[in-house]
Structures are given as C-alpha cells and as structure tokens.
Design a protein around this ligand. Sequence first.
Ligand SMILES: CC(C)(COP(=O)(O)OP(=O)(O)OC[C@H]1O[C@@H](n2cnc3c(N)ncnc32)[C@H](O)[C@@H]1OP(=O)(O)O)[C@@H](O)C(=O)NCCC(=O)NCCS
Length: 194
Amino acid sequence: MSAQKRLPPWHEKFRLRDGRELLIRPIRQEDAAPIRGAFPLLEPHEIRQRFLTTMAELPAEQAARLCSPDPRSEFALVAAEPLPPGEALVGAVARARVPNGARHAECAILVSRFIAGQGVGRHLMRRLVKWARGRNLQQLHGDVLDDNQPMLQLVKSLGFRVLPSHDTPGLARVVLDLETAGDKAGDPDPQPAA
Ligand SMILES: CC(C)(COP(=O)(O)OP(=O)(O)OC[C@H]1O[C@@H](n2cnc3c(N)ncnc32)[C@H](O)[C@@H]1OP(=O)(O)O)[C@@H](O)C(=O)NCCC(=O)NCCS
C-alpha cells in the first residue's frame, strides 16, 4: 500500500516558515515508539514545562496511553513528518481530556524546539479549542509553570485568562471560557495549497 494510503483519513498539511512540511493529524498507537525514541532529544526544561516534573524517559505505558486516546473524552493531535504513523518522527503533541462527566477539558502541549517558533503551537491550540467547542464544553484549561513565558504568551494571545494556582506555588492555571471567548482562538486559518 502506498504511504499516502496509509495516512490517517483526517490530516492537514502544515508548512513551517523554514519550508519543511508537516502533517497535523490525530495521534495513533503507532506513534508511541517514535515518540519514546525521540524523548531523549528533549531538553529537561521542555519536559518539565510539559509534564511538570523531570523524567529521563517516557515510560512505555504512559506513551501507549497518550497514543490511544479514548474518543469519548479525549482528543490528541500530532505534528509529524508526512510519513505513515510509526515511521514518522513526531515534532509536537497536543492533547485535551474531559474528566469524567465534566463540562471542561484540560489540555497540554509540547512542541519540540526543533520546530518551535513557527506557528505549530498556535495552530494545535486552536484545534484543541475547536474540538472543545464542538463538544459544547464551557472551559478549556491547563496548568503552566509561571515562568513559562512562551506558553503564557501563546495562551494569552488566544484569549485565555491566567490565574495563580490555588495550591501549587510556581504554577498558573490558564483558562479559556469557551462560551464567552471571542474568536482569537477560532478555527485555524487553512494554509494555502503548495
Ligand atoms: C509553548 C509552546 C507550545 C509554543 O509552541 P510554538 O510552536 O513554539 O509556538 P508558536 O510558534 O505557535 O508561537 C505562538 C505564540 O507563542 C508565543 N511564543 C512562542 N515562543 C515564544 C518565546 N520564545 N517567547 C515568548 N513568546 C513566545 C508568542 O506569543 C507566539 O506568537 P507570535 O508568533 O505571534 O509572536 C512550546 O514552546 C512548547 O512546547 N514548550 C514546551 C512545553 C510547554 O511549555 N508546554 C506548555 C504546558 S502544557
């Protein structure tokens, strides 16, 4: 089967400002191995900003869970090489999850520094917002280290509020009220066809 036919049914092309082309698509089970394989390339601060803890490797069970979202309550996208899942290097992962029966979703994102600063984070966050709006949720929120300026700037530009965490010093809770937020976090603009 051709590589094109082995791609997930929904995917979109994303051209980085440096000209490289990525695919934005739902995460797949097959992504677990490339994600685990590339984990040691992440800087400790990138891991800490995403997972709020330090980790030398991504445990196999955690990778498998990340790559098998429950479609009833979770949504996860990757920005990856334009190759079939399992072969493609994954440069970014964004996920949202609705806790049991809640009207809000929590979200997290990691864009590797090899492709950072080229619009991937903004695009993926807007896709998460679109998913959350499509489920009629009231709120999308995340926990961000309060010195993580790139993420704080990104979410503020999308209309999130930044609140101090109630119980964890050094952490901020970023919150987007989906019913009242304007369209700063609206549908990402489609990229012109190459
Ligand atoms: C935060 C993060 C997701 C940004 O991803 P990115 O793809 O580099 O972001 P984009 O290129 O889409 O930039 C979007 C906005 O983010 C902000 N931003 C990005 N990098 C920045 C930096 N180094 N300094 C300040 N603001 C920055 C800017 O507001 C930028 O908007 P602009 O391009 O109009 O100036 C990425 O740096 C990352 O994954 N960091 C590590 C993990 C993490 O912090 N996760 C968040 C907690 S779950």
